[in-house]
Design a protein around this ligand. Structure first.
Ligand code: PHE
Length: 455
């Protein structure tokens, strides 16, 4: 489908609802679930974070997911194109296209550092495959991670490889590239994660994990935890970065958006919880600090792989699947910019993908070098290294604001009739969704946001 077909006139569509679901779950399930969720839960005191997170996912995230898919399908264009078109059709200001812009630019920024972390997973595939995790101790695992951050060659190689694969898949188009990649890999990841949970439960401290994750300590709930949980719920559901809107634009009319969104959100949340259940038993058994931050899975899981029978093999597969989960998210981050640029210029999809991906790679180099102790690492923005600063800007500012404006637009500026028509839901479910998107989402996001800015 790529190349010969002028992208402006038509683009691909998902070949089936199943393919769409896999792609959307593939976008949602990624480093956010397996790498980020456990360490954020660890930093946010466990159960308190998990509880707020669940509330955000189902009361705010899922309604916004429905809204974003509907906007994409209604617009049938890139996020910028779709938002402009719908705003015009509804007789609203073209300024609403800023939602599309923020999504496309945000996706571009996120991918630049997401790819760096994706590169770490590749590096760990090699560490596991070459036996470097064999018999590793807790200290050894921590040291291995730090040495990776300081190894510029490995960091750059991992980032380059990760972006290369992402570009290759996206260049292949919706059916030829995106779909083919997700059909086998997502189920494989899921099975392996369940295996890891069972292994950790049997060998690690499962009892403590359960109380840590599911018995909330309400004194730990504060503004920062709420903000972090909100940002994470948006990030994990791939919201407000153009990805879901773009995937919505490849959706055919017969797919029911409401039930699909609930399934996507449930699968995404299930994987995050499984990741927590796989990781924390090891964390507690080996006295690793649960709040130790971004290195958490890299410092904990290798210990398990180092000790279990066939650990080199299992570890290799695990990190490979994590890399795959990251890739299926990365393609959804690259796609919005590619679809927008394809609308604007007369080049083939392949050429556009290479240029856009190359630019993202270049920006990512700064994030990659910001992690060790090179010169770039001493450059701080508000006390944060470049990668963390980009993460903060996108996760805690652009995504919640994007979500807020999506909710406001769909709830108050698009006619009820248009939405009812797009969603084709039973009236009673439509009412629930409409209430959530008009009142609950904007008020909740607004509150958390107000608190950050003026609290
Ligand atoms: N949801 C992905 C993850 O959890 C990240 C992502 C965010 C992908 C936004 C696309 C858009 O890893």
């Amino acid at each position: 489908m790529a190349g010969a077909v002028p992208e402006k006139a038509s683009h691909g569509h998902w070949s089936s609802r199943y393919a769409f679901m896999l792609a959307a779950v593939g976008s949602a399930v990624g480093l956010g679930n397996i790498w980020k969720f456990p360490y954020e839960a660890g930093q946010g005191g466990g159960g308190a974070f998990v509880l707020i997170y669940l509330a955000f996912v189902f009361l705010i995230g899922t309604p916004v997911l429905v809204a974003e898919l509907s906007l994409g399908r209604r617009g049938q264009l890139s996020p910028i194109g779709s938002m402009t078109k719908i705003a015009e059709a509804e007789g609203r200001s073209r300024l609403w296209s800023l939602i599309g812009w923020s999504g496309v630019v945000g996706g571009f920024l996120v991918l630049s550092f997401y790819s760096v972390i994706g590169g770490w997973t590749f590096a760990y595939v090699i560490e596991a495959a070459t036996g470097n995790l064999h018999g590793i101790t807790a200290d050894g695992a921590g040291a291995l991670f730090t040495s990776l951050l300081n190894d510029e060659t490995k960091m750059l190689f991992g980032h380059a490889l990760f972006m290369g694969v992402t570009i290759f898949i996206v260049a292949g188009g919706v059916e030829g590239g995106l779909e083919k990649a997700v059909v086998y890999l997502m189920p494989a990841l899921f099975l392996l994660l369940i295996f890891m949970v069972i292994y950790s439960a049997l060998t690690g401290d499962f009892g403590r994990t359960l109380s840590f994750l599911f018995a909330p300590d309400f004194t730990k709930i504060n503004r920062d935890v709420a903000l972090q949980a909100m940002g994470q719920s948006f990030f994990s559901l791939s919201l407000a970065l153009g990805s879901i809107m773009t995937y919505g634009s490849y959706l055919t009319k017969d797919v029911k958006i409401g039930p699909s969104a609930v399934t996507i959100a449930s699968a995404d949340t299930g994987v995050a919880i499984l990741a927590g259940l796989a990781i924390f038993p090891i964390v507690f058994a080996y006295g690793i600090e649960p709040g130790s931050g971004p290195g958490l899975i890299f410092a904990s899981l290798p210990i398990a792989f180092g000790q279990m029978p066939f650990g080199d093999f299992v570890g290799t597969i695990f990190f490979a699947l994590l890399a795959v989960a990251a890739i299926t998210s990365a393609i959804s981050l690259l796609e919005p910019t590619v679809s927008y640029v394809c609308e604007q210029v007369n080049h083939s999809r392949e050429v556009v993908t290479v240029y856009v991906g190359g630019a993202i790679f270049a920006l990512g180099l700064v994030s990659a070098l910001s992690q060790g102790d090179s010169g770039i690492a001493s450059f701080k923005i508000g006390g944060l290294d470049f990668l963390s600063a980009l993460d903060f800007l996108t996760n805690n500012i652009m995504m919640p604001l994007g979500g807020l404006f999506i909710a406001l637009f769909v709830g108050w500026f698009v006619s009820r009739k248009s939405m009812l028509d797009e969603l084709a839901m039973e009236e009673k479910w439509f009412r629930v969704w409409y209430f959530l998107i008009r009142f609950v989402s904007p008020v909740a996001i607004g509150f958390v946001f107000y608190d950050i800015l003026f609290g």
